[in-house]
Design a protein around this ligand. Sequence first.
Ligand code: 13P
Ligand code: SF4
Length: 380
Amino acid sequence: MTTSSLLILGRGSDPASERGVSCPGELPPASDPTLVERARVAKAALGDRLFVLGHHYQRDEVIQFADVTGDSFKLAQEAAARPDAPYIVFCGVHFMAESADILTTPDQRVVLPDLAAGCSMADMATYDQVEECWEVLEDAGIADDVVPVTYMNSSADIKAFVGRHGGTVCTSSNARRALEWAYSKGSKVLFLPDQHLGRNTAVLEMGLSLDDCVVYGPNRPGGGLSTAELRDASMILWRGHCSVHGRFSLDSVEDVRARIPGVNVLVHPECRHEVVRAADEVGSTEYIIRAIEQAPSGSAWAVGTELNLVKRLAARHPDKTIAFLDKTVCFCSTMNRIDLPHLVWSLESLAGGEVVNQITVDEETARYARAALDQMLALP
Ligand code: 13P
Ligand code: SF4
């Protein structure tokens, strides 16, 4: 167990972690009936000085104020394309705001309305653990053959590690292109920190077999792998996962197929391999939105991704049956940390000239992380 995992959300602080930082300001009460109006007024006062980015998993009460919504790839592109806005308010999670800070100019300030909006998956790979893993690969005599690829859902430190070792960042929208690029540079890939996205992309999209993949456990000596296993593998997957998408099971798929005849099962690639295999379609959040938009009226869909997005899709497409893949309700608790009181507090503070909850990445880390992010943005 890491030190950070002992922190309770919203109490105390661990600057190296994706979680556990208390709000430094006076939050308006959630019951304040004027919150929507207050957000509108503060946003109007900031005008072109403000750009609000909203990830698809954000609450409706927040997403209504986003200038642009998107998956993590689209939001990274949008942040990089707005050099004129001095304030970027990121309604998403910590690693996304870090990436926005890296991709924007030094004068721009990136604000995360609640600093406790981290990501449990990103927390599953710390810098020291990844350094140690690289030493294991060196000891096995294979480090020169390995290209590191990290999912966007990782800390800036990890992205910098990958940049320093000639690798790339990827998102669920471009994981296949990132792997194609990586295998053109080396014979092996170290994929961080989501084993499921790595495995699903390698096996279902690149034609690798499950036997080509090994899982490196950061809490086990040598990752729990022998030198021979490391040498034989072409895909070294980090033992990390998303606690939200990891909940969907084969039972959920079988159950929904029994409950809704003719249903199409559409899942995010962060889901487990057997779930993705049993599904009809797999894709990033942008892909999921497009697939539902283009689906014929009257069709039925069970969607395996975060609940805020699934609920929004159901409301937006009343002519289609849209169900959540699992019977048990499950939001991403850290995405949900960004609520209207935190948004109002950060917008009003900015309008009053005070920058709160600014996310900054130090220059050295930002330089190497940017190399890995630029490599992603340049993928063919
Ligand atoms: P995408 O935005 O890349 O689809 O990723 C989903 C996710 O879990 C973000 O935290
Ligand atoms: Fe992290 Fe999963 Fe939440 Fe995305 S949905 S922020 S990967 S815990």
